[in-house]
Design a protein around this ligand. Sequence first.
Ligand SMILES: Cc1cc2nc3c(=O)[nH]c(=O)nc-3n(C[C@H](O)[C@H](O)[C@H](O)COP(=O)(O)O)c2cc1C
Length: 177
Amino acid sequence: MKEKIEIADYAQTITKALPKGILLNTQGEKFNSMVIGWGNLGTTWGVPTFVVYVRENRYTKSQLDRTGEFTVSIPLDKPVPKIAKVCGSQSGRNVDKVKETGMTLEEPEALHTPGVREYPLTLECKILYAQRQELSALPKDIRASMYPQDVDGTNPMANRDPHTMYIGQIVEAYIIK
Ligand SMILES: Cc1cc2nc3c(=O)[nH]c(=O)nc-3n(C[C@H](O)[C@H](O)[C@H](O)COP(=O)(O)O)c2cc1C
């Protein structure tokens, strides 16, 4: 069962959960989920949006570019350690994260990307706009700390790859019960 929510009522929950890691889910050739710590809830072009930032070499990026949609899953309590570990450090290119973590998928309402029952607060998002960040336009200190050019793109934390920003229109928001 899903309980529809007013997104603004959960702004604080989402903002506080982000630094600990929430899930960005995609459904391309298979379902995949990656941990994200960056994101923005707000309004763009007069509609509710959630913005995510994904580095070049993530398996997630290839799925986003192919499908044009994603779901975001947020824990109401704390992240689940096994899900957080696998989805934040391993690539969907090499593992099936559903099998690896035992996470439970929940059918979506409006789009094609499932949510995750263990992280019940769910936003279904349709991508309206994607843009790769221009590293030369960033402050020097951020460029040096977040995009060290001597670390290859497979590193899950800071590496040389720029982020692509995806602005997703939130078309459904609910809590999986
Ligand atoms: C707490 C935390 C936050 C993260 N935030 C992001 C993020 O916002 N953007 C990003 O591209 N990678 C982020 N990562 C790294 C990805 O989760 C990690 O590289 C993942 O294995 C990519 O999975 P994929 O290749 O299946 O897409 C984060 C990792 C952790 C542990």
